[in-house]
Write a protein that binds this ligand. Sequence first.
Ligand SMILES: NC(=O)C1=CN([C@@H]2O[C@H](COP(=O)(O)OP(=O)(O)OC[C@H]3O[C@@H](n4cnc5c(N)ncnc54)[C@H](OP(=O)(O)O)[C@@H]3O)[C@@H](O)[C@H]2O)C=CC1
Ligand SMILES: O=C(CO)COP(=O)(O)O
Length: 349
Amino acid sequence: MGEKIAVIGAGSWGTALAAVLADNNQNVRLWTRREDQAAEINQESTNHKYLPGFNLPSAIHASADLKRCAADADYILLVVPTKAVREITYQIRPFVDEHTVLIHASKGIEPGTSKRISEMMEEELEGIHYKATVVLSGPSHAEEVCERQPTTVTVSSHVMEAAENVQELFMNNHFRVYTNQDLIGVEIGGALKNIIALGIGMTDGLGYGDNAKAALMTRGLAEIARLGVKLGANPLTFTGLSGLGDLIVTCFSQHSRNWRAGYKLGSGNDLDTVLEEMGMVVEGVRTTKAVHGLAADLEVEMPITAALYNVLFEKKQPEEAVQELMGRVKKHEVENMSLLLGTDFNNIK
Ligand SMILES: NC(=O)C1=CN([C@@H]2O[C@H](COP(=O)(O)OP(=O)(O)OC[C@H]3O[C@@H](n4cnc5c(N)ncnc54)[C@H](OP(=O)(O)O)[C@@H]3O)[C@@H](O)[C@H]2O)C=CC1
Ligand SMILES: O=C(CO)COP(=O)(O)O
């Protein structure tokens, strides 16, 4: 039976990805830190906290014993919130060796260090030799994946052979997987779209219309790409699944926790109350803090991220933040990006 794959994290996304792998006849062990949740998944084939109403494939074996899940796994797939990535990566160290391929499907940037997920994992695994790290990202709400709705994602790695193997593991008639060589761009796009989705939710909560939404998404993607290119990403990645694709799905879907949190903030609720009520991870909040600091360090202009930062952490009223965005000095639409790319497109005759 298939490859041995340890899925670490039984929230909505870890569980949905475990279901895809089980559908593909892989040997899936799903780790949760709660014994009661492992028993529920094994006995009832449900995960009522994170995926209420869904039946999971009975072939998923859940366990709260990390060693049992990861000890002889060919692939270890980490799907925990960004804030838990270092701690959990450190815990899997004893089970990683030169045969292991690590995969992650989390979306965030670490405040303080500005590290991407794969960078944090590499740091926590320092001194251990393993095959590769592969990121899986793209427009993919867990609920629709569990419904076996058509879904497309991207996998990326510095080791393309590993990315292609991971593509093969997940591919089926409902779940189509592309490869992309641009690890930085794929991780940046997946993490930063959550900032913009928070903003879109906020404009919906405030009662703004579709023009505002289009403006935030388009200019939001411009600033994501601006930072990404500065970090070494391929600008074209931001037009792909892990860029524009994920931005669309997170900004338009009511499955999105980032959109929902933004909506509640725009409707007048305070951040602490909103996060407490969500009961699931809202990655965009910490990522806004991380990216605001990173943009300042790198001197990259990110006015939408700055506006979100002010609303989330400086108690600025959302309406005031919108007015400040609209009242900025006059700009040329493609100026910054074209200069970063080394071509002044404004002067092309
Ligand atoms: N949901 C989705 O559709 C998608 C999510 N993602 C990304 O996947 C990542 C995981 O999100 P998702 O599954 O949705 O999150 P959820 O909020 O659905 O679940 C969080 C999971 O992480 C566990 N967890 C939280 N803190 C810790 C910790 N300190 N140590 C160990 N486990 C912990 C929770 O365990 P417990 O229940 O015990 O608290 C729970 O199993 C995020 O980065 C997200 O952006 C990416 C694509 C789609
Ligand atoms: O990344 C996602 C979809 O691709 C999930 O987004 P949310 O975390 O906002 O629910």
